[in-house]
Design a protein around this ligand. Sequence first.
Ligand code: ATP
Ligand code: LTN
Length: 336
Amino acid sequence: MPDDSTAPKRILSGAQPTGQLHLGNYLGAVRNWVSEQRQYDSYFCVVDLHALTVPQEAAELRAATRRTAALYLACGIDPERSTVFVQSHVPAHTELTWLFNCLTPINWLERMIQFKEKAIKLGEEVGIGLFDYPVLQAADILLYEPHLVPVGEDQRQHLELTRDIARRFNDRYGESLRVPEVLIRKEGARVMSLQDGNSKMSKSDPSDLSRLNLLDAPDKLRDKIKRAKSDAVMGLQFDPARPECTNLLTIYQLLSGESPEAVEARFADAGFGRFKPILADLVIEYLRPIRERYDAIAGESGYLEGILREGALRASKVAGLTLERIRARMGLLPPF
Ligand code: ATP
Ligand code: LTN
């Protein structure tokens, strides 16, 4: 591991370009990336190779990859401070995946909850890529030797696997990979579906009504909130027995910046009929500047491409050095 006691600590994270980013991705991940980029040497990638682990339409994947990168910027990722890139533009990710495949026991992957859940949904279409997904994620991470990986709660198990792969590599080939820490901010780590307070808001949920997309038009946001599942109890509270109510209040609390106590006090006597339009106004106003910045970025020809080109160059330099070390440790003959 390079001696970098004076260099700023590094973070790396990513999201899949499937559909479009929603409020769960924002509150659980991207919002924290934005605040943390000031403090850390930051790498944020759009993990298009991960998206390929389930069937994708080629033109839509290309569009979603651009959209996701543009949304990172619209949410406040500053390309002057942070390196923003597309995973498949840095071939070291796939090469390291192969090397790690040769190190990772099958039964570590068989335990992955997300694989089991997605495999059930896909039935016969389950590819090896879906099974191998966490190994590619370990490669994404360990190539950059980050100190911290900021993610939402659903990624905890994948991050444990990444740490296990790093430790196994170090045991087998001598200490040389940094074992990163997982950074899960409690607030917003698990935003739930609007249609079911017990499952997480997700891009792959078949119902678009289940999520608030960052680029949804105001009317759509209002309609989704109006139709969000609620309960018949008067007075709103953070109460585990009322998951839908808790989720909507949590969204309100995180976007308004008020304390949970203040939010509960404000809506102690309210029903959903009064609360939902207030929440809709808040969400719409909060997302408005993000959508405006997104439109500006998407409308400026060549801007995004330039950032992604520069990002891939910067990322490739770092990744290439790590890969070279790993190849040497594993006994691959260097090219002549
Ligand atoms: P998919 O449904 O296609 O698996 P996703 O909605 O889970 O997608 P990802 O691209 O896999 O989104 O995740 C990007 C980041 O957003 C990750 O750090 C993940 O932990 C976080 N995240 C995803 N969903 C939520 C959620 N509902 N609440 C909080 N964080 C979330
Ligand atoms: N599996 C992650 C996306 C992801 C990721 C990463 C996150 C792929 N590679 C590296 C952090 C670091 C998910 O959010 N579903």
